[in-house]
Write a protein that binds this ligand. Sequence first.
Ligand SMILES: *Cc1c(COP(=O)(O)O)cnc(C)c1O
Length: 964
Amino acid sequence: MTADLSTSLPLSALENAAEFLPRHIGIDAADEAHMLSVIGEASRRALIDSIVPRSIARSSAMDLPPAAAEAAALAELKAIAGKNQLLKSFIGQGYYGTHTPGVILRNILENPAWYTAYTPYQAEISQGRMEALVNFQTMVCDLTGMPIANASMLDEATAAAEAMTLAKRSVKSKSNVFVVAGDAHPQTIEVIQTRAKPLGLEVRLANSADEWNTLLDGDYFAVLAQYPATSGRIDDLRADVEKAHAKQAAFIVAADLLALTLITPPGEQGADIVVGTTQRFGMPMGAGGPHAAYMACRDEFKRSMPGRLVGVSVDVHGKPAYRLALQTREQHIRREKATSNICTAQVLPAVVASMYAVYHGPEGLKRIAQRVASYTAILTQGLQQLGAPVRAQATFDTVSLHTQNATQSIASKAISLGANLRIYFKEYLCISLDETTTRADIELLWKIFAKDGQALPTFDAFEKGVEPLIPAELRRTSSYLTHPVFNTHHSETGMLRYIRQLSDKDLALDRSMIPLGSCTMKLNATSEMIPITWPEFANVHPFAPADQLVGYKELDEQLRAWLCQATGYAGISLQPNAGSQGEYAGLLAIKGFHESRGDGHRNICLIPSSAHGTNPASAQMAGMQVVVTACDASGNVDLVDLKAKCEQHSANLAAVMITYPSTHGVFETSVKELCALVHSHGGRVYVDGANMNALVGVAAPGEFGGDVSHLNLHKTFCIPHGGGGPGVGPVCVVQDLVPFLPGHATAGVAGGVGAVSAAPLGNAAVLPISWMYIRMMGADGLQAATETAILSANYISARLKDHYPTLYASENGHVAHECILDLRGLKETSGVMAEDVAKRLIDYGFHAPTLSFPVPNTLMVEPTESETLFELDRFIDAMIAIREEVRQIENGALPQDNNPLKNAPHTAESLLSGEWARPYTREAAAYPVAALRSNKYWSPVGRVDNVWGDRNLSCSCIPVADYA
Ligand SMILES: *Cc1c(COP(=O)(O)O)cnc(C)c1O
């Protein structure tokens, strides 16, 4: 019998099988009809019309290419990637070739268990990644010789700028001068200059040894030296450190971690702050990012240190447990008085770097470094034999040559032979080696410098008795990475299991929805992720000649054009590498605009009390003065108060920063009037774009009155959160602010306010993710995603309204793409706090919604368009079941201090060991709903004690004895 293969479906329907849209959006037509009936609206169109104010609706649809299926989009992007040229890079300057160990590449960088996790604010479900981050902190402390290190910075240049402000806050010197060694990496100098200007700090560059000595004898609050210098030279820092300390100033060192395995660490030379990048520990160059930078400092500075810090504490059972330490320094609590605006950092790259150290161990790292140092010595000898103008210097991995007017021709010859050398101050060449350098590479380098007919040195001739060019007094004698974690998992089997053991402790999107309001934890589709490790994107140096980066240029141009369509703005820069950095860049644009018109006195920034903490922290960094404005009873910006403050500060008004739809989850109807009001006082409107998932295709901030926005590509545009980074925070502006977007002199990119990131395209290597998303969704798909996100939030709000009222809604009772569940009443009736519900959700297998932001003791839920109706209902049913548990406390069946909520999360051990003396059953603790019996997540620790950890601060690997 032959099967009948004919079909009544049109061909186009068969072709749709490859469509991406239904893969991205979890809700189908039948689900949608059901959800609308629960909400009480006739159609999705009617729902959206009843929510999005007519006055802000888009004037026209987005002009984007029609949606491409997954395979077609990948093929198109592959062709773009192919326009990048892969030459062997000897450029150095902070970016080096590295081998990502396969076991780390596949099981971390390409593994959703790691890359779809959220920032570890909920400690109990984040123990795995926090252990990896404590390993990172320990690795940095050991290699730098410093007592404390944080869990990553955005890049080396911004880390250096943060070190400058940390020093300013911490030292006794009252000077405003910051001395920077001229042979620091140029991109670091550039970012420091950008950061110093609005703060009124004066950067003095020392361009020679004489200038350096003169400046160090002067007055300053801190000094920064690169170690080894960008030209490769290694200097003994001890005498200079003493000079700085005599001036009550801080000494900052930007140091290379691989070099530190062989040379005396800055901590042993008296440095106060050490920063740098961990890129060459397994993260590909990726045209500049993402990579984890690090910061370590002396103990006295730790309460003023920027960035996240993972600390060791204990859980309710007295067992060691990790959690984020000293959070009171951070922007979400201290706002404009925060130590920095950093929120999203570089967790995933930090995990990769830490695992690289776990994988290689101290001996392996040392071998890699010794090979680099030996090859550098051999390269030098061969070049000398050829008569090349090698500069004599102590060095680890870089040879510097004074090639004078032959510089350009030698560099061109190198390119024709497939190698990029670095041109330094026009008449020098620098050659940096790395883990990937081979004998053949060294011979190629000799060939580049050989004159016609000159005999080439042979590698073998130098092999015996090769001595690295590191002087005896600068060689490292102290040990590092002695903790067992760096000395155990050296077989691939062991490493694989260690990685798996950690990820099994964590809840990421690969296990359940993460309904975090304001964070947009949507699908990070595999097809979107695939291109980031293509060699054409991964293995290019950010400062390679522009004609080798044509693929990235095209990616940048297309993505910016599409994002302009999505936002209604005229110009965009992709350089900022997190939302916070986009805010900062946007405020600098506003400041630059005012200054260009002789209005430099305009420095007041009005920010509603409900704003995200990064907003006031960024305004402070941009040198603006923050004035907080009120919100009214329905959660909207209080227009009366705003008007009064605009009038009061009219002459000095720089900007107003709002979030739209508001962080209260509501589309305010008067946003156009608000923008007009601010404009009438000469101020500019900053619209925080973190909530763009409620707007794309529906309304455009650049059309309804915004002048500047940042986007979070790691929220709305599908870059995964990585456990707390990487992110991309493009800054988008209207036409007259385009001249004030960031530039990048080091990379030859002209531009207004200077560089805000180390690399011209910031976290360039993750941009393909957002490109793929937009390319596969098309204009209609993106609009459908927005509308479905709004539908799902309203469905949750509607189904939960009899159990947990939604705090803020528009007059018809609807919300935007997220809803705030009001739990404040429960305290009075049962003693239950929102945090107890958040922890109890862990027992039900969920990551909690956003806790107590923007309103204390509430939960903010954002389901996104990607979740299925099944998962939405599972969450809603869990919330309802928890409400029933609260009712048992309310009616006295359970005591207020001993119930499933207060004791949550329940570990397996606490249920199994000893007598069970609680007023509820073990089954009620572990399996409150039946489905958990077949799919159960067990919290690895009980509730973590935050206060204990801050009182007994410890931020490196737990000594083995403490596990006993
Ligand atoms: C996430 C967020 C930010 C900060 O973005 P990062 O990328 O984490 O720096 C700013 N504003 C709002 C409203 C946000 O939700």
